[in-house]
Design a protein around this ligand. Structure first.
Ligand code: IMP
Ligand code: MG
Length: 173
């Protein structure tokens, strides 16, 4: 297993996170912002993002994982649900990377049933070419091609999450 050069350096990530947080700060003035971080992958991104958001907010977490069985369908498992009330709140789902869109589609439908006042999605990385389910991404960091990346919360087999930058992952022969 090999981790290649940084695709996005610490500085590039921090710059992008600040831009996203500034947009969110502008849009959520006077609202009841509930940030919901999708674990495990989004833990590092969320921690930097909320530190840069300058409006009051509540933070909660869900833990979900997806099992894609074919190219067109996937099954999502919810390991841990949120504790906050959703009804009437302005919910922002925070995800590390949006790939097929299956995970977010599942969570989005589930959250919408609980009648939030608004529901938006923030993703640091976006692999548009892999999309199977159409998902509205309101705050999107970097568009990336169909490559596998690790670091800054993202893993390969639960490893490399602690890298402070994002790197391309290669499997050695
Ligand atoms: P989706 O349901 O296909 O959109 O899957 C999103 C999830 O797949 C993310 O939360 C990641 O856990 C995982 N994932 C997708 N692409 C990558 C990648 O390049 N590196 C690490 N994890 C990834
Ligand atoms: Mg993940």
């Amino acid at each position: 297993m090999v981790v290649g050069k940084p695709l996005y350096t610490v500085n590039e990530i921090q710059q992008k996170v600040k831009e996203l947080a500034d947009e969110i700060t502008r849009d959520y003035r006077g609202k009841d912002l509930l940030v919901v971080s999708i674990l495990k992958g989004a833990f590092m991104f969320t921690s930097d993002l909320v530190r840069n958001i300058q409006v009051p907010l509540t933070l909660d977490f869900v833990m979900a994982s997806s099992y894609v069985k074919t190219d067109t369908s996937g099954e999502v498992k919810l390991h841990c649900d949120i504790r906050e009330q959703i009804r009437g709140r302005d919910v922002l789902l925070v995800e590390d990377i949006i790939d097929t869109g299956v995970t977010l589609n599942y969570l989005r439908e589930r959250f919408l049933q609980k009648e939030p006042r608004s529901l938006k999605i923030c993703g640091l990385l976006n692999k548009k070419s892999r999309r199977v389910v159409d998902i509205p991404v309101d705050y999107s960091g970097f568009d990336i091609p169909d490559i596998f990346v690790v670091g800054y919360g993202l893993d390969y087999d639960n490893q490399f999450r602690n890298l402070p930058y994002i790197a391309v992952f290669k499997k050695s022969e």
